[in-house]
Design a protein. Structure first.
Length: 258
């Protein structure tokens, strides 16, 4: 079996395992309820209906997608190790990086399906309420998907060398920090905070900057989103994810499972 065939097999098995995870359906249910709740919230804010539909819908897709990426992804890899099925897989003529990358591709495939389901429900709510979707909403959903792919790469990276509890905590912490890096950098640029500037600049340029992928506010406002911005943000997410997968594969190849 070729390397691509093995990757496809690992990805397919991961996708099937994830689909059977009850946590996935619970999170999708809550996402649907949150998107539907935008209709109720809009009634409380007269004159802001369309903005609320879009704000709540995009926020629900991003939030619950992130929870799926972190907890379902980490749980799947941990399950392989705790049930010792990873031993039989790695005993075959396969490379460890193929196993890890296959897991990642399977999870990204799951996220694509999950994003499609939530986006379809979101667009259905907009259509029912007479709020036409815009191109900006489509770009926002695309960048949400790429952010989730990056978050999954972060989760896979930490799972390659540590426990699922720590991997989940580290990934969640990086997700929060990744959306605050602009504020962290601004703090280092303030008068009187020059001593912190080297640290804040290091964090800003080295940690995954998820704010680069966040255009939800602009899309909800109906603003025009520049294609160049979307392209550069997409490239950033792809390259950062690739770097994390390379680093995770390196660490996973040296992990002792005894």
């Amino acid at each position: 079996m070729s390397g691509l065939a093995r990757l496809g097999a690992f990805a397919h098995n991961t996708f099937r395992e994830a689909v059977r995870d009850k946590l996935l359906y619970n999170l999708l249910l809550f996402a649907g309820l949150m998107i539907a709740s935008s209709v109720v919230l809009a009634k409380l804010h007269v004159g802001y209906d369309e903005r609320i539909y879009r704000d709540v819908g995009l926020a629900a897709i991003a939030l619950f997608g992130t929870l799926i990426a972190i907890f379902v992804g980490i749980n799947l890899l941990h399950r392989e190790i705790s049930l010792h099925t990873v031993y039989s897989m790695l005993a075959k003529p396969v490379q460890r990086y193929e196993f890890l990358l296959g897991k990642y591709l399977g999870l990204v495939g799951l996220l694509a399906v999950e994003i499609s389901i939530m986006a379809s429900f979101f667009l259905a709510v907009l259509w029912i309420k007479g709020s036409p979707p815009t191109a900006g909403l489509g770009w926002a959903i695309q960048l949400i998907f790429l952010e989730l792919a990056l978050v999954t790469a972060i989760a896979i990276f930490f799972s390659s060398f540590t426990t699922p509890y720590l991997a989940g905590m580290f990934t969640l912490a990086l997700w929060i920090i990744g959306h605050l890096l602009g504020d962290i950098r601004a703090f280092g640029l303030q008068d009187g905070a020059e001593a912190y500037k080297p640290l804040t600049e290091f964090l800003y340029w080295c940690l995954p900057n998820l704010d680069r992928l966040d255009i939800k506010a602009e899309a909800a406002d109906g603003k025009v989103i520049e294609l160049a911005r979307v392209g550069l943000s997409s490239l950033y997410a792809v390259l950062y994810s690739a770097a994390l997968l390379v680093a995770g594969s390196f660490l996973f190849s040296r992990r002792d499972f005894r």
